[in-house]
Design a protein around this ligand. Structure first.
Ligand SMILES: Nc1ncnc2c1ncn2[C@@H]1O[C@H](COP(=O)(O)OP(=O)(O)O)[C@@H](O)[C@H]1O
Ligand SMILES: [Mg+2]
Length: 360
């Protein structure tokens, strides 16, 4: 290690980070007691962001650094070992199996590995971790995944949505910072629309928006980005057409966050009065579209939804391979799905029209 220089590859924050004090404290405590900690939770709830925050805070404890192995884009589980080795900068010109090389390299290291977005590589991650932990006493692993890995000794920290005011309560402006979901929305909205400021008039609407989005950071960021062109009132009104609003989001979100998968996850749980209708439209795009009785307003909505259906189908194709991979591993209910009343077994088999359960 170069004296005075920390090792690792943690990216710098590109946007502000809200709250999570208690989860960070819990994770730090757990990491001091266990060598494998998995952050679980719905897609878009903030697992990756939290893992990076935790990793930043503990990095000084690891002489050989904290290393982020970003797995969201890795479609081939058999490449997990090579990707991990490449991330660590290991170069091996011999013919030794990559796993041997990695095991040997890590054997005497004091290191934290962050394996991010593991849900579509459960077998491969379980196998790799099972090989590494017993052979590298100074190694700790922080995993993010929608589901826990089920490895003996694994500690699990469930990541909740960002905090919201109690139902029916609108906080005073001076107390907004007590609620991370509201703070996230107002900050991101102000970035999208520099003239936006939450005032007592708009606060009720903003709180409503965040509530409707269940405090899910991904959904809040996508919605807040629409403040570039919409007022808060319009946005709230249009949340009923959530597919339209969020599917049109682009911005700097990674491609996997631009798909409808995550929004579908939370929307089914969040909009009970619309979820069945929306799901029916997604499942049978033509059934509700273009009926003679439709008003122009309805037709406009249907057109938007048809666009959304196309996007959804695209996302579904991407997700299918990973879902199959996941099937044999799923033990737990997916939180938002549970709230939507869809039995876990159905969700995980993708029977509700193949919405991705594998993204992290
Ligand atoms: N505590 C937070 N503060 C600010 N932004 C957050 C926070 N948690 C998540 N986000 C943002 O929400 C989006 C989704 O978070 P991410 O960590 O990728 O979710 P997950 O890994 O659970 O799918 C990202 O753009 C991320 O920066
Ligand atoms: Mg993630």
């Amino acid at each position: 290690m170069v004296p005075g220089r920390e090792q690792g590859n943690l990216p710098a924050d590109v946007s502000s980070f809200m709250g999570r004090r208690s989860q960070i404290d819990a994770a730090r405590r757990m990491l001091s007691e266990t060598r494998l900690l998995t952050l679980t939770g719905a897609g878009g709830v903030g697992k990756t962001r939290l893992a990076l925050r935790i990793a930043q805070q503990v990095r000084r404890a690891y002489e050989d650094g904290v290393w982020l192995v970003e797995l969201a884009a890795l479609a081939q589980p058999e490449l997990l070992t090579q990707v991990t080795a490449a991330t660590l900068g290991i170069r091996d010109r011999t013919r030794r199996p990559p796993l041997d090389v990695l095991v040997r390299y890590l054997a005497d290291k004091q290191m934290l590995l962050v394996l991010d977005n593991c849900e579509h590589l459960m077998d491969a991650c379980t196998a790799l971790i099972g090989q590494l932990l017993p052979t590298a006493a100074g190694l700790r692993i922080l995993v993010t995944s929608r589901q826990s890995l089920g490895i003996p000794g694994e500690h699990i920290l469930r990541v909740p949505s960002l905090s919201l005011p109690a139902p029916g309560h609108t906080p005073q402006l001076s107390k907004v910072s007590d609620y991370d979901a509201i703070t996230l929305f107002t900050e991101r909205a102000a970035t999208a629309c520099p003239t936006f400021t939450a005032d007592p008039g708009s606060l009720v609407t903003v709180v409503d928006i965040c509530r409707r989005l269940d405090g899910l950071p991904l959904a809040i960021e996508l919605a807040a980005a629409r403040m570039r062109t919409l007022s808060a009132e319009c946005l709230l009104e249009r949340l009923d057409d959530w597919i339209l609003v969020l599917a049109n989001s682009s911005g700097s979100a990674p491609p996997r966050h631009r798909t409808l998968r995550a929004t579908i996850d939370w929307s089914f749980g969040l909009c009970p009065t619309h979820s069945h209708q929306t799901r029916s439209v997604l499942t049978h795009p033509d059934r509700r579209v273009g009926r003679r009785t439709d008003t122009p307003h309805c037709l406009k909505r249907h057109r938007h939804r048809r666009g959304a259906v196309r996007l959804f189908n695209q996302a579904r194709k991407e997700a299918e391979a990973r879902e199959q991979n996941l099937e044999s591993h799923v033990h737990t209910h997916h939180s938002v799905g549970c709230r939507s009343g869809i039995p876990a077994t159905q969700q995980h088999r993708g029977r509700w029209n193949g919405a991705d359960v594998s993204r992290g």
